[in-house]
Design a protein around this ligand. Structure first.
Ligand code: ARG
Length: 300
């Protein structure tokens, strides 16, 4: 697709937008970039997913240390990192993977399901505007929480459906990004502990994924197996340890320290190495390593 006017949404699919051309020089930048949000506001002060019980208060010093370790690791792996401050009282803004998603130079900012997160949009909108990107917003009635909810698989946009994302949002995204609707594959989430797709599925590369199969209807897992050459299934214990919530840089999978030996061996056998970090303070809020970094490729 090009970013020409033929695919530019003309209806209310875009309430507002900022046009800025993607320059060819973008393509020469580092292949992997990410946005992180400082953990200064992070806390669990309400419950919008089954992980947020309030019984285990966040240790904010530990959270900051864990966040710093992730930051240092990603920088060490050559990720071009941007860091922004969270807005006041936005406890969950640290989960930058919920900022939105960029595809072919066009950023779409999230439409959060819960009021507690909706103000984050303004900050992420600003950040997208400062990148050389065209920024779009979804119409009201849509729910979608960014790259945490969907991913590209074999030419399809794999669209998780559940409390945090609805079909209306994906139809609007398809319009914005010029994706034919037949290239949307809907994947209902069965288990509310995996309320975001990125807790149950991680594409390690175009042909390999980590997945907790029971999060989805069986026929959808079969679809995934038909479209991804190597699916590495994760058991419940590893899934609840946020094993699928991994950040991949080339052949290094950055993931939570508590994963099983068995899973690690499977990753080695698939040609990956692991970098294990503790993200346990963020698990109290239902987020892990991948949630803390919005990943994008300059020029994508
Ligand atoms: N407490 C946050 C929420 O429920 C956690 C977000 C996790 N983010 C993610 N990319 N899965 O919205």
């Amino acid at each position: 697709m090009t970013t020409g006017s033929s695919v530019y949404p003309t209806s209310e699919a875009v309430l507002s937008s900022v046009r800025a051309p993607v320059h060819a020089s973008d393509l020469a930048q580092e292949a992997c970039a990410a946005l992180m949000v400082r953990p200064d506001q992070f806390d669990v002060a309400y419950s919008i997913n089954p992980w947020m019980t309030m019984h285990h208060p966040v240790d904010r010093d530990r959270a900051r240390t864990q966040w710093n370790h992730l930051y240092t690791k990603l920088v060490g792996l050559g990720v071009q990192l941007h860091v922004i401050d969270p807005g006041p009282g936005l406890y969950d803004m640290v989960f930058a993977a919920n900022a939105g998603m960029i595809h072919r130079g066009r950023a779409v900012v999230s439409r959060f399901r819960y009021a507690q997160r909706q103000q984050e949009t303004d900050y992420f909108w600003q950040w997208f505007c400062h990148q050389e990107l065209e920024v779009c917003q979804l119409p009201s009635g849509c729910f979608w929480e960014g790259q945490a909810c969907c991913t590209f698989v074999d030419g399809y946009l794999l669209c998780s459906l559940g409390e945090r994302a609805n079909a209306q949002a994906y139809k609007a995204l398809a319009s914005i990004w010029g994706i034919p609707e037949r290239r949307l594959y809907y994947l209902p989430i069965k288990d509310s502990r995996f309320y975001h797709l990125d807790i149950a599925l991680c594409m390690l590369d175009r042909e390999t994924c980590l997945v907790y199969p029971q999060a989805f209807p069986f026929e959808d897992y079969r679809w995934l197996q038909a479209h991804v050459r190597r699916t590495i299934p994760v058991d419940l214990a590893d899934a609840l340890c946020f094993a699928c919530n991994a950040f991949v840089v080339d052949h290094t999978v950055v993931l939570n320290v508590g994963i099983s030996e068995r899973l690690e061996q499977r990753l080695f056998a698939a040609g990956y190495e692991t970098a294990k970090l503790d993200a346990s303070e963020f698990h109290k809020s239902g987020g892990g390593i991948k949630c803390l970094a919005f990943r994008y490729q300059p020029g994508e």
